[in-house]
Design a protein around this ligand. Sequence first.
Ligand code: CA
Length: 505
Amino acid sequence: MDRSGFNVNFLSNLLTVGLFASWNPSEQHAKCLALKSSLALQNTTILDVSYLKADSTLKLQGACVPKAHVGASLCRVQFVTDTSETSSVRAEAWLPDEWYGRFLGVGNGGLGGCIAYRDLEYGSALHFATVASNNGHDGGTGIHFLNNPEVLNDFAYRSIHVEAVIGKQIVAKYYGQPPSKSYYVGCSTGGRQGTQTALKYPEDFDGILAGAPATDFNHLLHWTGMLARHVGGLNGPPIISPEMWKAIAQEVLNQCDGLDGVRDGIITEPDACDFRPEALMCTAEENGKCLTRPQVEALRKIYSPIYSAGELIYPRFDPGADGAFIGGPTLQFTKDWLQYAVLNTTEFDFSTFGPEHRKMADAVNPGGIATFDGDLSAFRDRGGKFLTYHGRVDPAIASGNAKRVYNLVARTLGPASLDAFYRLFLVPGMDHCVGGPGAASFGQLGGTNAVNASTHNILLALVDWVEGGVAPDTVTGTAPDGATRVHCRYPQRSVWDGAAYACEA
Ligand SMILES: [Ca+2]
């Protein structure tokens, strides 16, 4: 990645930090291999150390992906840290030759289990010493949680702490000095991990970027199961076909696209959309192009929040999000979580799934997974900065949950505004973590990095905030067609002024 693209703030911060490592490839190569015998870390075994050349392909064995791209020349340190007598976290550090003095921990996805190689590449190419882990188990299923509460603990709160504690020691040994600042990035489960880390280990990171956080985890998985139950997808095919979902998506746009002032295929504020599925109801014979009454009733349910005895359990499915996603691969997370983590059993009939399983999950709350706690005071008071974002057509995690968590933090801590340390950017037209028709590329992990400046790259914006005290007012995203749009921080609103979107308090 070209350094010349960085904006002035970012460069000036680098000069202030002044921690460029001496950079001589053959020297770095030798220093790297020397780590094999010189690293002595608590509860940790060094599995391998290798020097990787820039722009090369790394073949992987036993990983979730067969290969990884290496952007910058770097030292790769693979290690495993025992976290108890029955659990361990396997991880690797990618230490770029050209290091700007910063540490970066990265998260995982789903119930994984998978070292995030693209994130390792992304971070190291931006000159961070970057560490990723397997989250305490290998692969994407929950079977490893069965009869193993310590593996659950790694998943729920410990693996990122291992990355920080052991990773920073590896960095200090290799470069001869500790990192100047430490950052974390992750999305989905990674967003939950970042949130959990801010709550539980506030000293680990100076800046945390938590995308589409899977916070209130038990309720999220309950909602995922209930959506499938409503559309009949728990046992067999859903009652709404993919073709019908396309017709529903069109009708949602017919009713709500124009609410923001522009018919552009994007609903800026889905919470303003009072979608009436009855508009598509069959007036005569069912013909596959209109909705039956059970289908209308199912839509009424998914577009309503889940309440229990007056308590909000989880927000509604966002109008505009892809309904065909319901009952898809993420439903397995709900089943695995209930079976292996909550019920801890080898036999579970998922067809019986219902509200009583939420109560069981709440009661057990394995590993303290919930991550629904507004007390970020320790992280705030140590000067930490928290950036979060959420796509408004995210079918995997309702964007209403991001608002809900923001307001939980606000009423727990009590300030008029969280702007001083916590900012949430809502991204119209963005799917889960990345993608969608909106201006969904802004330097978040997994997304393409359209413009390498802190105005357009939320990771660099976090660096500017932590190191330069310049907080991002907006984040500019780039759409698939190259168009850009300014995204607003909650609770500001995105308003069309006749020519462009602007943010209004
Ligand atoms: Ca619109």
